[in-house]
Design a protein. Structure first.
Length: 332
């Protein structure tokens, strides 16, 4: 039973009916049906009993947060991978998973993408990834996975702090930022999630207090123009207004972009002015516009300006399953 259950499911995530239909039956027992190995295995209630017994041995504290904590302390390999395991008094949790090799490699990149997946894990814990699309290898590479149940600006700041601390633990030094240290990371690509962006800015302000959080964002943040387009499609603006708004990330002449903004500001509709109130914030506009960004122009212009690398990682992970238990997701 142990061999069969382990072959079919991992980390306690196996059901009795999976045993009955598993293609592993032939290779383990040499029979077509599980009941042919022993008559008692035809009884689904008997199978459920054995599965429950196996699960209680395999994951005695379950497969959610407590199960991860238990596995963290009994499995040295998991401790090498999960470098931060925080369960806070207010109910917030976050785990940072990053190997030594990932920590060494990410510091040599010009920047990275971040994105949150809301599909892979069951419950209120979501997975947040740091990824990079390698243009030569044509591969999306993951450098850190963060599991958290919070999405506030403070939580994101803690996550960026923890990622930097993890890199320091692995490599002996903190990562550099080009606009602060003159070398290192030059950009972060992300959706225009306000809490996420503020958390990044707060983290950078801790490193360099000569700029406030929003000023730091103007130097590093590059918004995903795919998400920008989707958000724009949701609006019920006149088509000529949408065309002007859609042109802003692509205009490379300051006169042209200022003209487009002036045209939009001359409109009377409140919804348009509400849109302008957000997108004309200096840190938001600089994340979208090649005219206003303070990211080095050669880097800004060379990027696709989408978070497709992170999203493709989520798609690949979701092929392994959606709404998996937390322990299983971490091992996937």
């Amino acid at each position: 039973m142990d061999q069969t259950a382990t072959s079919v499911g991992v980390h306690g995530n196996v059901k009795a009916r999976q045993l009955i239909t598993s293609p592993m039956i032939r290779s383990i027992f040499g029979t077509e049906l599980l009941g042919q190995a022993h008559p008692s295995l035809n009884n689904i209630d008997k199978l459920r009993y054995h599965v429950a017994k196996w699960q209680s041995r395999k994951t005695p504290f379950g497969t959610d947060v407590l199960g991860v904590v238990f596995d963290f302390w009994r499995n040295p390999d998991l401790r090498d991978y999960i470098r931060r395991l925080e369960v806070l008094a207010d109910g917030r949790i976050f785990f940072v998973a990053m190997s030594r090799q990932q920590a060494e490699d990410i510091t040599n990149l010009p920047g990275f993408e971040v994105d949150m997946s809301f599909k892979g894990t069951a419950g209120d814990v979501n997975e947040w990834e740091i990824a990079y699309f390698h243009p030569t290898m044509r591969l999306t590479l993951t450098f850190a996975r963060i599991f958290t149940n919070s999405s506030t600006a403070d939580a994101y700041c803690q996550i960026f702090d923890a990622v930097a601390d993890t890199i320091k633990e692995h490599t002996g030094k903190y990562p550099n930022w080009r606009h602060i240290h003159g070398e290192g990371w030059a950009y972060v690509q992300a959706d225009l999630d306000v809490a996420q962006a503020k958390g990044l800015g707060m983290h950078l302000e801790k490193i360099d207090s000569t700029k406030n959080a929003e000023e730091h964002l103007q130097h590093v943040l590059i918004a995903c123009i795919t998400h920008y387009g989707r958000k724009l499609d949701e609006k019920h603006f006149p088509q000529e207004v949408k065309r002007l708004m859609a042109s802003i990330p692509y205009l490379e002449d300051s006169v042209a972009i200022d003209h487009a903004i002036a045209d939009l500001m001359g409109r009377q509709e409140k919804e348009i002015h509400d849109w302008l109130d957000f997108y004309l914030r200096p840190w938001v506009l600089s994340s979208l516009s090649p005219v206003y960004t303070k990211v080095p122009h050669d880097i800004f212009s060379s990027l696709s300006r989408t978070t497709n690398a992170s999203e493709s990682n989520h798609a690949n992970a979701n092929r392994d399953g959606k709404k998996m238990n937390l322990l299983e997701t971490i091992y996937t």
